[in-house]
Design a protein. Structure first.
Length: 91
C-alpha cells in the first residue's frame, strides 16, 4: 500500500473536522483509489474519507483498522511533501 499523489488543501476554519489533503492510494497492485481526503478530527485523530459519487454516496468504505492504517500512511506522506505547492507525487 502506498500514496501515489498527495496535495495539501485549505481547510474551512468553521468546520470541526479539518481537511488536510487529497490523495491517491495504491491499495495493492490491483487496486487504486483516487481522491481520498485526509482529515483531522477535533481530538487530533487523522481520518480518511472516500470520495462521494452523484447523490453524495461514498464510493468506498474501509474497516476501522484499514482506515487507521491508510490515515497513518497519508499523514506521514503529507509530512514529507516538500515542494512549494505542497504536493507529493511518485512517478
Amino acid at each position: 500500500m502506498r500514496i501515489n499523489h498527495l496535495e495539501r488543501v485549505a481547510s474551512n476554519p468553521a468546520k470541526d473536522v479539518k481537511a488536510l489533503a487529497v490523495f491517491d492510494l495504491e491499495l495493492s497492485d490491483d487496486c487504486r483509489i483516487y481522491g481520498l481526503r485526509l482529515m483531522r478530527a477535533p481530538d487530533g485523530r487523522h481520518l480518511v474519507y472516500a470520495p462521494s459519487g452523484n447523490g453524495g454516496r461514498r464510493l468506498a468504505t474501509f474497516s476501522t483498522a484499514l482506515a487507521a492504517e491508510i490515515a497513518e500512511i497519508a499523514a506521514s506522506e503529507m509530512e514529507r511533501a516538500s515542494n512549494s505547492h505542497g504536493t507529493y507525487s511518485r512517478t
